[in-house]
Write a protein that binds this ligand. Structure first.
Ligand code: PMP
Length: 392
């Protein structure tokens, strides 16, 4: 037995049971090729606005290089509280109900670890962000997938939710606007879901990181519905709306007892989020909203272009109400999503993500991020059109 096989066998069984992200394989392949247009990555194509970058430099020049409070700079939590109240009518106390985290990713992890015991079932509404199910498994929970359907515009129906609930169900993970489908849910649709959640006394993790990127209706949080605030953790952050993915800054809004539990994990594992990033975020909230509006307008135009162009080349695509992804159906091509993505990459040099990596309901689709230049979008539509003509 070699040293490395011995060590592999001694890795924790939980870690061994987790698969690496399916998105990676395509990025690794694409990174070895030239002249690729990538519709693969899930991040803004904008650089963080200058005033935010400058605020971070300036904090360092002023010598603010030490840890902040574990929960984050109080000033920043106050701004987050004000912003979420003004923009989304979510009212949380900066001192005890807001926690600044290392990206929305950490926020999701500590929320799940605070609420899930080994053996608890967690309903993961899919297709969705690839991290949810592994995070649940790492916490000892059991992810239970529920696949939304194209016919329902990728929204969760109360009947689907009801059918997935067992006596072991503890929590439901929602993500609207959704990655990868772009689906949004209205107040009325969420209301129906909330009745089921309350009937079974479940908790909710509501990942609202794409809330600002809502194009046709304004975002409505499930935490606003009667008796939902007390059982919901709202996840958000700076990565998407403020084009700050590399800064690693997110936050949670949750009732005091849940926030205190999450803070316990956060203080032992992270201590606090990066100090210069927190000063940048403070500037983002104080003076960055006009830039967010401009970026959202630009995504909105690109959304319209992509949906119209896909229809013209025979790629059926529902209209995504939010985020920056289109999720067209490739069912009539005869390929599964993995084959389609691989052939498209090798033959036409366009990188997209196969829908099956996003869980139940994702097969038969591809995710195309339109957070790239109009020039890239026009050229990728041309190449995908050529690909379809050749194969269909
Ligand atoms: N939630 C969703 C739905 C996402 O799409 C992403 C990033 N792709 C994240 C959370 C992670 O965000 P962050 O970069 O702030 O960790």
């Amino acid at each position: 037995m070699t040293n490395s096989t011995r060590i592999n066998q001694r890795l924790s069984k939980t870690v061994q049971s987790i698969q690496p992200s399916g998105i990676r394989r395509f990025f690794d392949l694409a990174s070895t090729m030239d002249n690729i247009i990538s519709l693969g990555v899930g991040e803004p194509d904008f650089v963080t606005p200058w005033n935010i970058r400058e605020a971070a430099f300036s904090s360092m020049e002023r010598g603010f290089t030490a840890y902040t409070a574990n929960a984050g700079l109080l000033e920043l939590r106050e701004e987050i509280s004000k912003y979420m109240s003004q923009e989304f009518s979510l009212h949380y106390s900066p001192a005890s109900e807001v926690l600044v985290t290392v990206g929305a990713s950490e926020a999701i992890d500590i929320a799940i670890r605070s609420l899930v015991d080994p053996g608890d079932e967690v309903i993961v509404v899919e297709p969705t962000f690839v991290s949810y199910a592994p995070i649940v498994s790492l916490a000892g929970g059991v992810p239970v997938s529920v696949g939304t359907k194209k016919e329902d515009a990728f929204k969760l129906t109360p009947a689907q939710l009801e059918a997935a609930i067992t006596p072991k169900t503890k929590l439901v993970m929602l993500c609207f606007p959704n990655n990868p489908t772009g689906a949004v849910m209205t107040k009325e649709e969420l209301e129906l879901i909330s009745h089921v959640i309350k009937k079974h006394d479940l908790l909710v993790l509501s990942d609202e990181i794409y809330a600002e990127l809502s194009y046709d209706t304004s975002h409505y949080s499930i935490a606003r519905l009667p008796d939902m605030r007390e059982r919901t953790v709202v996840i958000s952050g700076f990565s998407k709306a403020f084009a700050m993915t590399g800064w690693r800054l997110g936050f949670t809004l949750a009732p005091e007892d849940i926030t205190a539990a999450m803070l316990k994990i956060h203080q032992y594992t992270m201590m606090c989020a990066s100090t210069p990033a927190q000063y940048g975020a403070l500037e983002a909230l104080q003076n960055g909203l006009a830039d967010v509006k401009k970026m959202v307008q630009s995504y909105h135009q690109r959304r319209n272009f992509v949906v119209k162009s896909f229809a013209e080349i025979g790629l059926p695509c529902h209209t995504p109400g939010g985020a920056f992804y289109a999720f067209p159906s490739i069912k009539n091509t005869g390929f599964d999503s993995g084959e389609f993505a691989e052939k498209l990459l090798l033959e036409e040099r366009v990188a997209v993500v196969p829908g099956n990596v996003f869980g139940a309901g994702g097969e038969g689709h591809i995710r195309c991020s339109y957070a790239t230049s109009m020039e890239n979008l026009e050229e990728s539509v041309r190449r995908i059109g050529q690909f379809l003509e050749k194969h269909c």
